[in-house]
Ligand binder design. Structure first.
Ligand code: GAR
Length: 209
């Protein structure tokens, strides 16, 4: 049985979507732990309710990023995960950490990468005047919000959209998109060829206009 560890920093709605799908669909998967760098992350409570170990590795008070990443890695590796799922985990990761989980760490980002990496993606999208926006699931590499793209979904930007309305509609598409990507990994249907991800029997871009 494959094992997943999920990292969060806050609300954890993507984590919740993955856990609910795994339970509902009876995935041959153990959600081994949900780990947060913040003790006050609301998502931890859902994990506890689901009897999933909810672990806090505080990111504050370390001499440098690498020191925190080493502690985090130690904690994660206690669960020997096949897959590490970043679900709103708001930390820049050091190259050593990323290398350790190469090919088995994925992230969801609220934009159509490579457009709008970093923070405030919906604000960036509105400022750029794009007519299409969306979400991306990708394997994590050492460059922030970069790495082989696993799946994307687009939505139309409406003339009256605000940061909040875009965030709400993008979050709605994030959940099924992330669930699909994690399920494909767990089912062994994901492969990387020449830096591009292939998913057996799956269309990788869907439009929601
Ligand atoms: C989501 O919109 C996710 O895409 C974004 O943070 C939010 C977390 O929500 N992640 C990033 O911006 C990472 N660069 P959640 O805690 O409810 O899943």
């Amino acid at each position: 049985m494959k094992s997943i560890v999920i990292l969060i920093s806050g609300r954890g709605s993507n984590m919740e979507a993955v856990v609910r799908a795994a339970r509902r669909e009876g995935w041959q998967t153990r959600i081994a732990a949900v780990i947060s760098n913040r003790a006050d992350a609301p998502g931890l409570e859902f994990a506890r309710q689901q009897q999933i170990p909810a672990v806090v590795v505080p990111s504050g008070g370390h001499t440098d990023r690498a020191a925190f990443d080493r502690l985090l890695q130690q904690e994660i590796d206690r669960y020997s995960p096949d897959l590490l799922v970043l679900a709103g985990f708001m930390r820049i990761l050091t190259p050593g950490f990323v290398e350790h989980y190469a090919g088995r760490m994925m992230n969801i980002h609220p934009s159509l990468l490579p457009s709008f990496p970093g923070m405030h993606t919906h604000r960036q999208a509105l400022a750029a005047g794009v007519k299409v926006h969306g979400a991306t699931v990708h394997f994590v590499t050492a460059t922030l919000d970069h790495g082989p793209i696993i799946a994307q979904q687009a939505i139309a930007v409406r003339p009256d959209d605000t940061e909040a309305s875009l965030a709400e509609r993008v979050l709605e598409i994030e959940h099924p998109l992330y669930v699909d990507a994690v399920r494909s990994f767990i089912d062994g249907r994901l492969s990387i060829e020449n830096g591009c991800v292939r998913i057996k029997d799956k269309v990788l871009l869907t439009m929601n206009m």
